[in-house]
Design a protein around this ligand. Structure first.
Ligand SMILES: Cc1cc2nc3c(=O)[nH]c(=O)nc-3n(C[C@H](O)[C@H](O)[C@H](O)COP(=O)(O)OP(=O)(O)OC[C@H]3O[C@@H](n4cnc5c(N)ncnc54)[C@H](O)[C@@H]3O)c2cc1C
Length: 557
């Protein structure tokens, strides 16, 4: 069979891939676009808000694990990703956060292009969403910074239509945040996310709103699902075709006239570039792959790891797993069982001194960047254990506190395990390797656990921490926190940076040193952003899409 030819080929039908396929097909109706996704087009488990989430191991995920982590005594963590049309947005927890304005302003100044600043990205954050403000803070919301006719419905616990969401432990949660000295923030997506606010999420009426179904594809898009791209082919330095695994789509090769957009996610975009000869010499030589261009592909990888604490309350029928799924007070199927999340900084003397002693150059500048959060907490009404190893107490209502590091200084890598495209990559998120990262997560966990002890969680509900050794229950020393860490550590799956802007791609997301190839996904973040990543990846894809059809598009560089 002759190889089919397309104007554009998009590799990876995740957040960025689906958004780009939709926008390009709308803007360039005469161009042919091939969207290739390694997983299936549909899966009935995705649409319900409580469908696939919380990192179950399923056949619509890559189910990768990290390499042994030095700071975890050789332990490993899940590094799963979505393998289905919609990518991780089909399996994620649906938190919708844009992050802090200073993070993007820093991004723009590091790459020398103000379109990546907060003001530069704001139109695209708006373009993505149909925003439904939280009822709790609507008076103080800023309508000017939200979008009202975008593909993704972004609601809040109090404003998502569908079943009631009066979680029985809600006011207790609020009391904990108050006791932790975290002020209420009426809009976590204003560019200043400090304090706690209602969980913004891309769920409405009990249904996930995600890339694959919310972004419509025009008739000029051809979809090859269940098809994994194994290699990019070049003539001199111009990309000319893609190859797929021999047993996928009859092993058909597809030729490209204009561009290939790699949107395969932070792990697989790097893997594909490396398999195609784009990467560091030493890494390619190890696998006998001829080098096309020498770029630091796969370096600069990071993730957002956490310590979880688990709490059992005295009364029953107050939390997910211990109540009817649908009751007059709460319909657990109406959305993710989470009321609040919050972001914080750590400018205390001890942390600042450690940062100054152990970080330098860009790392210390980023750490000290005013207005950039270092950590986040997220509270869930139930036993939410991502390790899958901790048993909840029988017949009890429980809640979980995630103490998350969102500004890691540690950097790891994504490398090849072999030259075979069928083998998973070697993924090293370097969790908590940097001493400042540990200090931050310990401080946050101390702060939240102390607040819980002082709050109505204990005085009214008799909360007791579980899933820890008896002898450290009241101990919040670094040693005791390390035990909690080793027991509960995972990440919230916010990988980024393996094809960083500035180092691997330019500010148009074009891969340096070759023609006709872009990477557009979470790989291009130059450093970790203090947020959950999907809203940012949508905005990156929306922003990048403008380059293709806006003829009077003028660079401000
Ligand atoms: C369990 C989990 C929970 C999360 N929770 C949240 C959350 O609550 N809020 C939030 O904002 N973010 C969350 N995230 C992160 C967020 O979803 C991702 O950062 C975001 O989806 C990344 O988008 P992307 O386009 O870079 O990649 P992806 O969405 O991962 O898309 C990549 C796509 O490419 C496909 N692909 C890969 N390799 C190939 C190949 N060789 N050929 C063809 N196709 C290929 C994949 O199958 C996938 O569909 C979560 C992630 C996970 C895994």
């Amino acid at each position: 069979m002759a190889s089919p030819t397309f104007d554009y080929i998009i590799v990876g039908g995740g957040v960025a891939g689906c958004a780009l396929a939709s926008r390009l097909s709308e803007a360039l109706p005469k161009d042919s676009i091939l969207l290739i996704e390694a997983g299936p087009e549909h899966d009935a488990r995705i649409a319900p808000s409580m469908g696939v989430a919380l990192s179950d191991t399923t056949d619509i995920q890559w189910n990768h694990r990290s390499v042994p982590q030095k700071a975890l005594d050789g332990g490993t963590v899940s590094q799963t990703q979505g393998k289905v049309l919609g990518g991780c947005a089909a399996i994620n927890y649906q938190a919708w956060t844009r992050g802090a304005a200073p993070d993007f302003d820093r991004w723009a100044s590091e790459v020398g292009d103000k379109r990546w600043s907060w003001e530069g990205l704001l139109p695209y954050f708006k373009k993505t969403e149909t925003f439904i403000p939280p009822k709790s803070g609507s008076q103080e919301n800023r309508p000017d910074i939200h979008g009202y006719d975008g593909p993704i419905t972004v609601s809040h616990v109090s404003s998502s239509a569908g079943g009631p969401r009066n979680y029985p432990l809600k006011s207790m949660m609020q009391d904990i945040y108050d006791k932790a000295g975290m002020p209420f923030n009426p809009d976590l997506n204003s560019g200043s996310p400090f304090g706690y606010g209602e969980y913004p999420n891309n769920t409405f009426n009990g249904e996930r709103k995600w890339a694959a179904t919310s972004y419509k594809r025009g008739p000029n898009v051809t979809l090859w699902d269940n098809t994994q791209v194994s290699k990019l082919l070049f003539s001199r330095k111009k990309v000319t075709a893609i190859e797929v695994l021999p047993n996928n789509h009859n092993g058909t090769r597809a030729l490209v006239k204009k561009e290939v957009l790699v949107t395969a996610g932070v792990q697989n975009s790097a893997k594909l570039l490396l398999l195609s000869g784009i990467g560091p010499n030493a890494e390619l030589e190890k696998h006998k792959i001829p080098q096309l261009v020498d770029l630091p592909v796969g370096e600069n990888f990071s993730d957002h790891p956490f310590i979880a604490t688990f709490w059992k309350v005295r009364d029953r029928n107050l939390a997910l797993g211990d109540m009817e799924m649908i009751s007059p007070e709460v319909d657990w199927t109406a959305g993710v069982g989470c009321d609040f999340l919050s972001f914080h900084r750590h400018d205390d003397e001890k942390t600042t001194a450690l940062a100054k002693k152990t970080l330098d150059g860009k790392a210390i500048e980023r750490f000290q960047l005013p207005g950039r959060p270092h950590t986040e907490t997220l509270t869930m009404h139930g036993h939410i254990d991502l390790t899958g190893l901790l048993q909840p107490p029988v017949d009890s209502s429980v809640f979980t506190f995630f103490n998350i590091l969102v500004a890691p200084s540690s950097r790891g890598s994504v490398q090849l395990s072999s030259a075979s495209p069928e083998d998973p990559p070697l993924i090293d998120p370097a969790i908590f390797e940097h001493p400042v990262d540990l200090q931050l997560v310990y401080d946050l966990t101390r702060r939240t656990s102390t607040a819980i002890q002082k709050s109505s969680a204990v005085s009214k509900y008799g909360a007791v921490e579980y899933a820890i050794d008896e002898d450290i229950r009241n101990d919040l020393s670094d040693e005791a926190l390390r035990k909690r860490l080793l027991n509960t550590v995972e990440t919230v799956f916010h990988g980024s940076g393996t094809c960083a802007m500035g180092a691997v791609v330019d500010t148009e997301c074009r891969v340096k040193g070759v023609d006709g190839l872009r990477v557009i996904d979470a790989s291009v973040f130059p450093f970790p952003i203090a947020a959950h990543y999907q809203a940012i990846v949508y905005a990156v894809a929306e922003q990048e899409d403008v380059r293709y059809y806006c003829e009077d598009f003028v660079s401000d560089e």
